[in-house]
Design a protein around this ligand. Structure first.
Ligand code: F6R
Length: 260
């Protein structure tokens, strides 16, 4: 793997518990280094064990409430916070409430505003006003999407409304027990995410193996939006054994630092 500006690391976890611990250690370390730096967070299934590990540390008194602005990564268009499918409600349930983060410190990206273009501009201005993103904690879509930056998305993609791809809708259907999956998302743009000081990409499961390989070892391509993450100043991939299997040091490049 090459990272244009800085370093990149692949941390491979040999068990679910290690994945949660590694992810939490990495995030905590970044918060400690830059306590006020804005943090944007994915929802989805992959970060849940990491969020729960952070919450457990908070409950045990080992981790205080982060003092940084929290930024919402994405949302379904037309979905209110009270809707069980709300991604903000998911973030609140799994991260904000357990870590006792006040909702007023969250920069929201709402899918229910009358004027979504204005919402995207307001969101980008609010992130700029806190100095941009310090940390982005992201998951990897089955089609290489990050946030809802669906293929094709290039590195200059702005915060915007996007139609969800059939693959993403199928993947998101896992969350909602047969409830209808919204057809559009609103997402922080890839340009904003690539400007973060640090990106932590969480990847778990054999079904993510091939798309992870294409993201870190294939050519940069709008067809694999995650392939542009190699451009960030510091990219840390926390993967489990199943997702990282078969990635060779040659593919990863000289900055590969395996940890088990
Ligand atoms: C969710 C999000 C998505 C997910 C991705 C992986 O806020 O931004 O990009 O991170 O679809 O989802 P899981 O982790 O459920 O496989």
């Amino acid at each position: 793997m090459s990272s244009r500006d800085g370093e990149a690391e692949l941390l491979v976890a040999s068990s679910d518990a290690t994945f949660a611990r590694l992810g939490a250690d990495v995030i905590r370390g970044i918060w400690d280094d830059c306590p006020g730096g804005a943090t944007i967070l994915a929802t989805g299934w992959t970060p849940i064990p990491v969020f729960r590990e952070l919450a457990a540390r908070h409950t045990r008194g080992e981790l205080s409430t982060p003092q940084c602005p929290i930024v919402q990564l994405d949302e379904y268009v037309g979905v209110e916070d009270s809707d069980p499918r709300s991604l903000y409600a998911w973030l609140d349930r799994e991260f904000l409430t357990p870590l006792e983060i006040d909702a007023s410190s969250v920069i929201r990206l709402r899918g229910t505003t009358a004027d979504s273009e204005e919402e995207c501009s307001r969101f980008e201005a609010a992130v700029a006003a806190v100095g941009g993103l310090h940390l982005a904690v992201l998951g990897l879509g089955p089609n290489g999407h990050v946030g809802f930056n669906e293929p094709p998305s290039g590195p200059t993609a702005r915060t915007r409304v996007v139609p969800l791809s059939p693959e993403s809708m199928a993947s998101n259907a896992r969350y909602w027990n047969g409830a209808e999956v919204p057809v559009e998302g609103i997402t922080a743009g890839l340009d904003l995410l690539l400007a973060a000081d640090v990106v932590v990409l969480l990847v778990a499961g054999a079904h993510k193996r091939e798309i992870l390989r294409r993201s870190v070892a294939g050519p940069e391509s709008p067809e694999v939006p995650a392939s542009y993450l190699r451009r960030v100043s510091r990219l840390i991939i926390v993967a489990d054994d199943d997702a990282a299997a078969g990635l060779t040091p040659e593919e990863i490049g000289s900055r590969h630092q395996p940890r088990i």
